[in-house]
Design a binder for this molecule. Structure first.
Ligand code: ZN
Length: 309
């Protein structure tokens, strides 16, 4: 068996207005734009990557913002909530900040012993801040949020499923263990071993409608894998009756995608070479980065992209 999965690599979602998306994730949430690229399947659409200062795997939320995109519906067969970690004493700071910025934010609540602040991004994408005593160190030195309160990266994701059993088996195969203690309502918690993006909550909702893709929904969740173990993981998934893709070179990481039994699209991405393979840390996100095979179309592509301001 390959090495256990330590946690999330990135989460990719669909948005609408790209300028509004950029402002919310960088100015309101204080993440750094670490990569400004395009959707390789539709070069008139940006692919924007937000993360910590260095683009560390486990901190990176990415978006395809389609101008004028129709809203999707969050439902089963999807990642229904994406959660970030904040320090345990930062709850007051964040509830005030999100309210002051006009974000759609709920009152804090307790879950599995942690304080959780639920909110939505401007497209309605469900997000949470989870305050934990063992939040990893901050790495957001130049952001608008004081570093003592800064988002530390992913806490985890929640999967909404019509039937949870086969997905739970897959999570166990990936190395996730169910958290001891009672489940809360229909929610069960599974954890990996790292301190970044280690939590997967599973919510079984047999009566809930299926999710529909569109703005305000997650497209896929990617997990971190060792560079030389992707092929071994592909064989594990095939043995479980799943149909993984070939290994795809995404320039900043290599990826295998697999639609798991509950309908959620999982990706398994390598930690290297990382977002600094084509830009220095100081320069991350400043210019449009294109794959080599699109460089000779740069002028035309730049002219076709919407204004980001
Ligand atoms: Zn991805």
């Amino acid at each position: 068996m390959p090495t256990e999965i330590p946690g999330i690599h990135h989460v990719t979602a669909v948005g609408s207005d790209p300028g509004r998306n950029l402002a919310f994730y960088t100015e309101t949430l204080g993440l750094r734009l670490v990569k400004r690229s395009i959707n390789q399947d539709d070069v008139s659409v940006y692919h924007l990557f937000y993360a910590d200062h260095e683009g560390t795997p486990g901190t990176s939320m990415t978006f395809f913002p389609y101008p004028g995109a129709r809203s999707g519906r969050v439902g089963t067969g999807q990642v229904s909530t994406t959660a970030f970690t904040i320090p345990i004493d930062a709850v007051g700071y964040w509830t005030e900040r999100l309210s002051a910025e006009g974000a759609d934010v709920d009152e804090p609540r307790e879950r599995f012993g942690d304080t959780v602040v639920p909110f939505r991004d401007p497209d309605g994408l469900p997000l949470e801040l989870v305050a934990t005593a063992d939040a990893p160190p901050a790495n957001q030195p130049d952001g608008p949020v004081p570093e003592e309160h800064a988002i530390r990266g992913f806490f985890g994701v929640r999967l909404s499923l019509q039937s949870a059993g086969p997905t739970v088996d897959l999570l166990r195969t990936m190395g996730y263990e169910e958290t001891a203690g009672e489940s809360e309502h229909d929610r069960r918690r599974f954890e990996a071993s790292s301190d970044l993006g280690a939590v997967v909550d599973v919510l079984e909702q047999p009566q809930a409608p299926r999710g529909q893709p569109g703005a305000g929904t997650v497209h896929h969740v990617a997990f971190r894998v060792e560079d030389d173990e992707q092929e071994a993981w592909r064989e594990v998934f095939q043995d479980q009756g799943l149909r993984p893709t070939e290994i795809i070179d995404r320039k900043w990481f290599r990826s295998v995608y697999v639609r798991e039994h509950g309908g959620v699209l999982f990706e398994f991405a390598t930690k290297s070479p990382g977002y600094t393979v084509d830009e220095d840390v100081a320069e991350l996100g400043k210019r449009l980065v294109l794959p080599e095979w699109l460089e000779d179309r740069r002028g035309e592509i730049e002219a076709g992209l919407p204004d980001l301001s």
